[in-house]
Write a new protein. Sequence first.
Length: 226
Amino acid sequence: MSGSPPPRLAVFDMDGTLLDSLPDLAASADRLLKSYGLTGIAPEAVRAMIGDGVAALVRRLLAHAGDDAKGIDMHEATARYLADYTPRAVELSRPFPGTLHALEQLRAAGWRMAVCTNKPVAAARRIVAALELEDWFDAIGGGDSFPVRKPDPAHLLGTIGLAGGQAARAIMVGDHHNDVLAAEGAAVRSVFARWGYGRPEMEAGATVGADSMAELPHIAARLLPP
Ligand SMILES: O=C(O)COP(=O)(O)O
Ligand SMILES: [Mg+2]
């Protein structure tokens, strides 16, 4: 009895990989600073602050504001950011070009899909629902779904487990060194999303890099043949 191998699983990071979320993240960042009477911030400055979750983003925003932000409570600011961002997370954000087509092609080839994001899972679920993408993903592992988050491999392994997959039959697609490191630690093949918000040097350690979503089905098939 040989039995067929378990289905292949493609795990996607969200911000900067599936979703061009910078416009909404940056709009909330700008509103947060202004709500404290601080100078606002442009999207390009926010781009490099994304990838380590909301608390890290808020900490970087307050550091960016310098001495004027001294005395602002981090916990209160993070709660304020989330209260603003969560209901408005898809006002401007859209999947990157070619995303839906890539998901269709992967599914047609028998792949399952999941999301592994450092965003709080409530925000991630809301975004997936608002974009009517629920049917594509077997699991969503958020930044608060497990005791640890990316770059800790347990976040990726936990998400793979939720989706009913296996590390040896999974790939991780992400735009940040947190994604690459989590995949490396979990012994999962990885695709660095060059279209996202990471810097080129973050690709080091990835199995392969991709320039666009359109390349993904082909790359995935090469990394993990059926
Ligand atoms: O919220 C963040 O900072 C990063 O989210 P991501 O893991 O989906 O890129
Ligand atoms: Mg990302």
